[in-house]
Design a protein around this ligand. Structure first.
Ligand SMILES: [Zn+2]
Ligand SMILES: [Zn+2]
Length: 294
């Protein structure tokens, strides 16, 4: 049987949530002013004298001082609450369940989507911590896929392209299903083999506005498009620009067989120079062997 008392629990009376909190703190000020501000353990022992001191609060001057003190205590409490969450501790690493893969802050991870048909979400781990019940939480920064961005997927976006967003989140460790590597654009184009866990990122993305950083990139070819690392491009020996075979009226196989390539502009320039410097005896100029470069 639970015991009922007409007196509220003393711990509650002196708790910060109680309506008695402010009056109590005011009273304590006069009782305990010369002593420590930090400890309230004395309160129950001085309960009998509280009423006496409450009468003294009538003085305007004292009320003002009491008010100031209340404000100070309140400020200190707010600071303390912001600093300490009970039982929470930072972790240096976390081993993904069922694997021997260790995740550390700074690593990139694959997270299980709610809809299992969808590809996993990719995020960068900013911080790992666990609470008093050993629930491990990840603070992550999301990577967006082109189709998740406001502008959608565009022709120059690679299949493994991701945008580092300004969208942060806290996720439970259970949702992590693997690790991955998000390369810089330059390193990605140098990869010999692109594995399932290889991605690249060349843009930062603002989730609210759909804006990209950088907001401009170099363009290539006659079509003036940014480079999509999934598409084969051939470099012109003359102007050093890169071209899509399709934009040069070639098939990909034809482009692969080339030893050397001159774009249409450079070909006509060469033709023009030749027609100036030489006297064409034959109308058909010999075409140089072409070499393909990537
Ligand atoms: Zn093109
Ligand atoms: Zn050229």
């Amino acid at each position: 049987m639970t015991s009922l008392s007409i007196f509220p629990d003393p711990a509650w009376i002196f708790s910060f949530n109680s309506p008695f909190y402010l009056p109590v703190v005011r009273v304590c000020f006069f009782v305990y002013f010369p002593l420590s501000f930090d400890s309230f353990t004395f309160i129950p022992s001085i309960l009998p004298s509280l009423l006496h001191f409450i009468t003294k609060l009538a003085s305007k001057n004292l009320i003002f001082l009491a008010f100031q003190f209340t404000f100070l205590v309140h400020k200190k409490r707010t600071l303390l609450m912001a600093k300490t969450k009970p039982g929470k501790k930072d972790l240096d690493s976390y081993t993904i369940k069922g694997t021997n893969k260790v995740v550390r802050p700074g690593d990139c991870v694959l997270m299980r989507p709610l809809d299992s048909d969808k590809p996993p979400y990719v995020a960068r781990v900013e911080k790992i911590d666990s609470d008093h019940r050993n629930n491990v939480k990840f603070r992550v920064r999301w990577y967006y896929r082109p189709e998740e961005s406001i502008g959608g997927r565009r022709q120059f976006h690679g299949a493994k392209e991701l945008f580092l967003s300004d969208h942060y989140d806290v996720q439970s460790a259970h949702t992590i299903e693997g690790k991955c590597v998000v390369h810089t654009f330059k390193n990605y184009t140098k990869l010999e083999n692109v594995g399932a866990e290889d991605y690249f990122c060349r843009f930062e993305y603002k989730a609210a506005t759909g804006g990209f950083t950088p907001d401009r990139v170099a363009v290539y070819c006659k079509c003036e498009m940014p480079y999509n690392p999934d598409d084969l491009m051939v470099q012109c020996e003359g102007c050093k620009d890169w071209f899509h075979p399709s934009c040069m009226d070639m098939t990909i196989d034809e482009a692969k067989r080339l030893d050397q390539f001159l774009c249409s502009d450079c070909t006509s320039e060469v033709d023009a120079k030749r027609s100036l410097n030489t006297f064409p005896v034959s109308p058909s100029l010999e075409v140089e062997p072409k070499r393909r470069r990537r």
